[in-house]
Design a protein around this ligand. Structure first.
Ligand SMILES: [Zn+2]
Length: 458
């Protein structure tokens, strides 16, 4: 069992007059705060949307009254996982076209299917499906990038998940944006429409790639992101073919092309970063650009292997994401963490290249930093937003529990998540979704899938 680490936790005295809305007691707390070891027999008080007290049951025999008290004995209490890159509504195309080369998969299957089958209604339903899957597997924040994003926000808002929702920008006709000359106007209006909507929703932009967006589009997208102090997502150096395309058009390696355009900024979130030379990684580090690693998508599409171990040793901030369900095919960040660690080891022939503790940081504290949300989420600390999950460890595949990080990265799956709290609200209790009508969502998705199969066959 994990060691007692209470000495390093700053357990503030609870105000005995005050009531907590939620008390979580008896679990082993993994705060993800640097230098804090796991704390056994922990208590966490939540008031409103915030964590207001962290302590130890040993020192607090009498707990204040709470609306809800959750017994977490036999479980790990940790920050909610942060899926730093996803195309949530692509759950609609889960298993639709597998085992193909990326270019063929994208241009012959996915782009035509999106053009034909995406609508505000289908994106809404598919985003609800993705939200349900993510919440059930312990994801409390998702950074999404897609089209018809008003519908995605509607679904996320109903589900209660925290999200960065980025409107896709591409210099081709796209779902909901048939005229590419209006892509940035649509993007700016999207941000203006949603920026003050909710604490849980951060709007933003997502440039598809350096080969599908012109210099002008990329520059303007960054200008808009800067105007609103928001992150800008970009697929970067995902495949060799893409890198060659950039070199052909600019004469530069992709990161140096971005540097020439003045786009290497601490708000730039470079997704994939697979085919990257060490001098490019060094420059990204110097400019404090954020990177998101998507190992299962990179493996499934045979894109390549990102040099994550090297990036972390250089001090680059790296989060982790599932990418869309069409290239994964699930949204389980536990499996993504397992893949990240093992892929790094096998590709470098070095079992020390990426530790479980580092991968866990990618899915929590570093993911929060990548999205510019580190002051609110990513660790369990007094004053931070109450985004927590409880992982049941009373299972054959999780015992004995010598190291919580090892158990979470190498043994756990999303189905081990028992309870999920986002912004102080319980979204999953004893593995039951509280805010979503799952049978209805599943039925609606089946109806859309039936139409997709019928129309595709006709
Ligand atoms: Zn992606």
């Amino acid at each position: 069992m994990s060691k007692q680490g209470g000495a390093k936790h700053t357990a503030e005295s609870p105000d005995t007059e005050s009531r907590a809305d939620i008390i979580i007691k008896g679990g082993t707390l993994l705060s993800m705060v640097e230098g804090q070891p796991p704390l056994t027999q922990a208590v966490v008080y939540i008031q409103g949307d915030k964590i207001v007290h962290i302590g130890s049951l040993d020192q607090e025999k009498i707990l204040p009254h709470a609306v809800e008290t959750i017994n977490a004995s036999g479980a790990l209490v940790m920050p909610g996982l942060i899926n730093a890159h996803c195309h949530t509504a692509m759950t609609l195309f889960r298993g639709f076209a597998d085992d193909l080369p990326l270019k063929q998969w994208l241009f012959e299957k996915i782009f035509p299917a999106e053009a034909k089958h995406l609508s505000p209604e289908s994106v809404y339903t598919a985003a609800l499906l993705g939200s349900a899957e993510m919440i059930r597997s312990g994801i409390t924040t998702v950074s999404d990038a897609y089209y018809y994003q008003d519908s995605t926000i509607k679904a996320f808002h109903e589900s209660g998940i925290r999200a960065v929702v980025a409107q896709g920008v591409i210099d081709f006709p796209a779902p909901g944006v048939p005229d590419p000359s209006k892509n940035l106007k649509v993007g700016r209006e999207f941000i203006e429409r949603w920026i003050h909507f909710s604490d849980l929703i951060t709007p933003g932009l997502f440039c598809h790639s350096l080969v599908t967006c012109s210099e002008r589009t990329l520059r303007e997208a960054m200008e808009i992101s800067q105007d609103f102090s928001l992150p800008l997502q970009l697929h970067l150096s995902e495949t060799l073919e893409e890198v060659r395309g950039v070199e052909k058009k600019s004469g530069l390696k992709p990161v140096f092309y971005l540097e020439k355009m003045g786009l290497l900024h601490d708000r730039l979130v470079a997704v994939h970063a697979v085919h990257m030379h060490e001098d490019e990684i060094d420059l990204l580090t110097e400019r404090d650009v954020k990177v998101v690693h998507a190992p299962q998508s990179n493996m499934k599409l045979a894109s390549g292997v990102s040099k994550v171990g090297y990036m972390l040793r250089r001090g680059l901030c790296v989060g982790i994401g599932t990418d869309g369900a069409a290239s994964n095919n699930d949204l389980d960040l536990f499996q993504e963490m397992d893949s990240a660690a093992k892929l790094s080891k096998v590709s470098t022939l070095d079992p020390t290249s990426l530790h479980a503790e580092a991968v866990l940081k990618m899915a929590t504290v570093w993911g929060a930093r990548a999205l510019g949300l580190e002051k609110q989420i990513g660790t369990i600390e007094v004053g931070k937003k109450a985004d927590l999950i409880i992982v049941d460890t009373e299972s054959p595949h999780l015992l004995p529990l010598y190291s919580p990080a090892s158990a979470l990265v190498y043994s756990a799956t999303g189905s081990d998540v028992r309870d999920v709290i986002v912004n102080g609200k319980i979204l999953l209790r004893n593995r039951s979704l509280l805010g979503l009508d799952l049978p209805r969502i599943l039925n609606d998705v089946k109806l859309i899938a039936r139409k997709i199969v019928g129309q595709t066959a006709s």
